[in-house]
Design a protein around this ligand. Structure first.
Ligand code: PLP
Length: 388
């Protein structure tokens, strides 16, 4: 049975080229990158090459890249790395829990946190941000692309507001990297997070861009790795994989592959909306990354639809992977003004580099049929749903 995987915002498969680049670093090139002998020099060179590739993807210099264990660590390092008790931090209601829960922790150490609302498209209002600034505001942490809807925040405008107010600006670009071009200088951010496993590199590796001259407090204390910004022996195979994935992503964006993906995503959306009554795209009016679509199918449970589609070999998700199985509706969709039943009836489709037109065709035949079947047995639904 050919399984179709449309849950690439949860994680992406490692690309064959990425795996091949990593392979020797599990065996023949095994040195500790801090060792001064031949073995260490070999892995050090590979780590520094990868740093150059990640820097090229983000438009910064290699020395501004700190390798981490993933998006969660990058977010935590940025959120905790500059603030102290008494400081004020601004974030938003649709951030990933890696930022929201890190900010909750800051409150326990005496920081004040303002959580900005979003509109029905899932976007913050820059005027709300201006109004939220206080004399003691130290950090703004607002994501570039949302993991559930793909909505892109106006990060350049946010960067300007932060610069004028002389406030540090971190953006979580975990779901934006490799999907849209990123230039940290244009954004004007002081820190930007990415994660390997969202861009076809392995799980357990990520990076944080930290603007030159902004001294960040490390989360881990130990050796002087990563210019004393992240102690711990480097995950060399993971870093090599992240570097290769970054190179491939840079080339792919230059070729305009994102436009092809956007066309596939749009075909999926239009096909579903044309065939299924009482369905809608959440956040459709926002600028979005090209691979993500969050669709509401009124009168059914998203979890039931995910399970029914999985039985037909189509993998999708109800939202953030870490909250799947939880009874609470998505905090992102609720913040956008959806009722809890509407949020619970929404599922996310997220395409990857491996997604084909034939797979979109399969999804277009499976989804309307499965929604129709679930509605037919739902006491909450009486209308004919599937167009014939
Ligand atoms: N930020 C966003 C927007 C994400 O989507 C995720 C993962 O889903 C993370 C942060 C956390 O990244 P990681 O899984 O690498 O810890």
């Amino acid at each position: 049975m050919h399984r179709v995987y449309l849950d690439n915002n949860a994680t992406t498969p490692v690309l064959p080229e990425v795996f091949e680049a990593m392979r020797p670093f599990f065996s023949e090139h095994f040195g500790n990158a801090s060792s001064i002998h031949h073995h260490g020099q070999e892995t050090r060179a590979a780590v520094e090459d990868a740093r150059e590739s990640v820097a090229a993807l983000l438009g910064c210099t290699a020395s501004e890249i700190v390798f981490t264990s993933g998006g969660t660590e990058s977010d935590n390092l940025a959120v905790a790395g500059w603030v102290a008790a008494g400081d004020h931090v601004i974030t938003s209601s649709i951030e990933h829990h890696a930022v929201l829960h890190a900010c909750k922790h800051l409150e326990t150490i005496g920081c004040e946190v303002t959580v900005l609302p979003v509109d029905g498209r899932g976007l913050i209002d820059p005027d709300d941000l201006r109004r939220a600034l206080r004399p003691n505001t130290k950090l703004i942490s607002l994501m570039m692309a949302n993991n559930e809807t793909g909505a892109l925040q106006p990060v350049e405008e946010i960067g300007k507001i932060a610069a004028e107010a002389r406030v540090l600006f971190h953006t979580d670009a975990v779901q934006a990297a490799a999907k849209v071009p990123i230039d940290v200088r244009r954004i004007g951010c002081d820190a930007l997070s990415i994660s390997g496993h969202k861009i076809h590199a392995p799980q357990g590796v990520g990076a944080l861009y930290v603007k030159k001259g902004t001294r960040i407090q490390p989360l881990f204390h130990g050796g002087r790795h990563e210019r004393s910004r992240r102690a711990g022996t480097e995950n060399v195979p993971g870093i090599v994989g992240l570097g290769r994935a970054a190179q491939l992503a840079t080339k792919s964006l230059d070729r305009g592959d994102d436009k092809k993906m956007c066309a596939m995503r749009d075909r999926l959306e239009q096909g579903i909306l044309a065939q299924v009554d009482d369905s809608a795209i959440n956040g459709e009016a926002a600028p979005r990354v090209p691979n993500t679509s969050n669709i509401r199918f009124d009168h059914i449970e998203g979890e039931s639809l995910v399970i029914a589609l999985d039985l037909k070999a189509l993998a999708v998700s109800t939202g953030a992977a870490c909250s799947s199985g939880a009874i609470e509706p998505s905090h992102v969709l609720i913040a956008m003004g959806l009722r809890p039943d509407q949020a619970r009836s929404s599922i996310r489709f997220s395409l990857g580099k491996q997604t084909t037109d034939a797979e979109i065709d399969l999804a277009l035949s499976l989804v309307p049929e499965t929604v129709g079947r679930l509605r037919a047995i739902s006491p909450r639904y009486t209308k004919q749903t599937v167009s014939t």
